[in-house]
Write a protein that binds this ligand. Sequence first.
Ligand code: ATP
Ligand code: LTN
Length: 335
Amino acid sequence: MEQTQEKKKVIFSAIQPTGTITLGNYLGALKNWIKLQDDFNCIYALADLHAITVRQDPAKFRAHIYEAYALLLACGVDLEKSLFFIQSHVSTHAELAWVLNCYTQFGELSRMTQFKDKSAKHADNINAGLFAYPSLMAADILLYQADLVPVGADQKQHLELTRNIAERFNGIYGNVFKVPDGYIPKAGARIMSLQDSTRKMSKSDENANAYVAVLDKPEVIMKKFKRAVTDSEACVRYGEGKDGINNLMGIYSSVTGKTYDEIEKEFDGKGYGDFKTAVGEAVVEELRPIQERFNQFIKDKAYLKECYDKSADIARKISQRTLDKAMKKIGFVLK
Ligand code: ATP
Ligand code: LTN
């Protein structure tokens, strides 16, 4: 019987170059990005336009863009299989974002928890870009007619809004955008801060002890885990009121593939000190090969440019088709 070749589904995801990439980003998002490349048509971006919703120091911002690009290649983003470009190099993103802003309601944007969190954190700079952040994210996704969007649990609300915007637009103009689904991993979906287990591990945290950076040196990683907050029970088990230990178990589980039951057995009768050492060592081993590859890539700016230029050229062509379609439906005269 003849096999009909099924078209691979399209995946879109992005990460902001707002700081050094953390273990939370890696376990919650990037590790998954790498796996998905075999089964899907993956389109990945560095969301530099999103990053300026919070004020960036120019020199650090530039360095973080290079660092994040090289690091993702080091993690295994493979340009033979996927696209990986810098958002601002593909101007259709900013263009469609403007259009979608006009199909997104003030009330919807006001309800976004990330907006509320970030406005509280940056009370002196609650700019319109921070508010409209989700419509730019919707543009990123909808331009490529993405089927699936892998993100950490913290981005679920933005994805729901993207779906609502797409459905609203399609409701007015017919089938312009594919309505995407989220793709949220169970293990590692939400890695918490090592200093405050009620907050997610975030690369823009002022306290460097709160996160493990993928590029942290082994001794720094070990030290950060040793200092991680726990509780006074001194028993490695998953449970209510044990946010710190739950978080460490989540990290250990997503690095080693062990279940919580297996982890509880492994550390039965042992204290938190042993457990923290084991978590630290597992993380160091996971990150070692990535750090080695990163050190090669970051030295070679010409190679990095070749990579992001090649992907941006292709992304421009794909996304222009969707942008034209949307603009034509609205009534714009196309050039
Ligand atoms: P910022 O601190 O600047 O908001 P961030 O660390 O939250 O940055 P993003 O660039 O917003 O990182 O997110 C990149 C990807 O990593 C997203 O898919 C997001 O869902 C995921 N992610 C971010 N933080 C975590 C976390 N603590 N646990 C799991 N996944 C996370
Ligand atoms: N907002 C996301 C980064 C991001 C993204 C996207 C993720 C920008 N555009 C499109 C998925 C799809 C974040 O902060 N994690």
